[in-house]
Design a protein around this ligand. Structure first.
Ligand code: AMP
Length: 279
């Protein structure tokens, strides 16, 4: 991958990059389209497919995370992707006793809240793998989804802080017709769980309606409690967090107004789902 990327760089070819964990859906493909527009017809679009073990906690779904490389390859071909980069664990994290992998990239501020609190080693895994992928693919521009709002903010911060020579573009959340944010993990939502998962989007809309109706800022704690009650009316739903924060700094907002960002994580059965929106 690096050899190929260096050749492109020497030839002045613009490279657009979309990192994924595979099991591709229309959300991923919207990022690919964006990358194509940014790279141009003569540019190259690279999609990486790698279920990165270091961003999963020990009790999480790493081993059962859905994988289907043949289907992903077909979708990428149909979307005119130039190269799929699908490294394996041994290549990414050499395990060789005392000579094994031992260097990590850690963002220390934005990673502390929300997902970082629920999944303490998650962002260390994300920033490490994204840094490694950037060094292999050497993109001019990389496209991330707003679905993982905090992740995009952290990657942007890493790129700025460590002087990675590329631009980060954040593309909007793609949803199913009924409003559920597309996610590879939606595959876990069987039977009645699929319907109950709509409670995430509905709670975002409910918060939007409350904020737009109110002429004054709303205390965050009060709105959080109200939304938790609303969400947990769905019998299989359990709130992990609901947070209101500044969209740029991710600093928690004590009161909520138009323009505050809201993000939430909810277990629906055993599946942990996330969503977010600008209020
Ligand atoms: P993943 O395969 O879940 O690691 O996601 C790879 C990239 O696709 C990340 O930048 C995600 O934010 C993005 N993504 C995932 N789901 C969606 C969606 N529904 N809409 C837009 N982007 C998404």
């Amino acid at each position: 991958m690096q050899r190929l990327a260096r050749g492109w760089q020497r030839a002045g070819v613009c490279v657009g990059f979309v990192p994924t964990m595979g099991y591709l859906h229309a959300g991923h493909l919207s990022l690919v389209q964006r990358a194509r527009r940014l790279a141009g017809r003569r540019g190259k679009v690279v999609v990486s497919i790698y279920v990165n073990p270091t961003q999963f906690g020990p009790q999480e779904d790493f081993s059962r995370y859905p994988r289907d490389l043949a289907r992903d390859a077909r979708l990428c071909r149909e979307a005119s992707v130039d190269v799929i980069f699908a490294p394996n664990d041994k290549q990414m994290y050499p395990r060789d006793g005392a000579r094994g992998f031992s260097t990590f990239v850690v963002e220390e501020t934005l990673s502390r809240v929300m997902e970082g609190q629920s999944r303490p080693t998650h962002f260390r895994g994300v920033t490490t793998v994204v840094a490694k992928l950037f060094n292999s693919v050497r993109p001019d521009v990389a496209v991330f989804g707003a679905k993982d709002y905090q992740q995009a903010a952290i990657v942007k911060r890493m790129v700025r802080d460590l002087d990675f020579p590329l631009k980060i573009v954040v593309a909007p959340i793609r949803r199913e017709a009924d409003g559920l944010a597309m996610s590879s993990r939606n595959k876990y939502l069987v039977g009645g769980l699929r319907d109950q998962a709509l409670v995430l989007r509905r709670s975002l809309q409910r918060a939007q309606a409350v904020v737009r109706k109110s002429s004054r800022p709303i205390p965050a704690a009060r709105l959080k409690a109200e939304l938790k009650r609303f969400i947990e009316r769905a019998p299989a739903a359990r709130v992990d967090y609901v947070e209101f924060f500044d969209p740029d700094t991710l600093v928690p907002a004590p009161s909520v107004t138009r323009g505050t960002q809201m993000a939430l994580s909810v277990f629906v059965g055993r599946t942990r789902l996330i969503d977010n929106a600008r209020l």
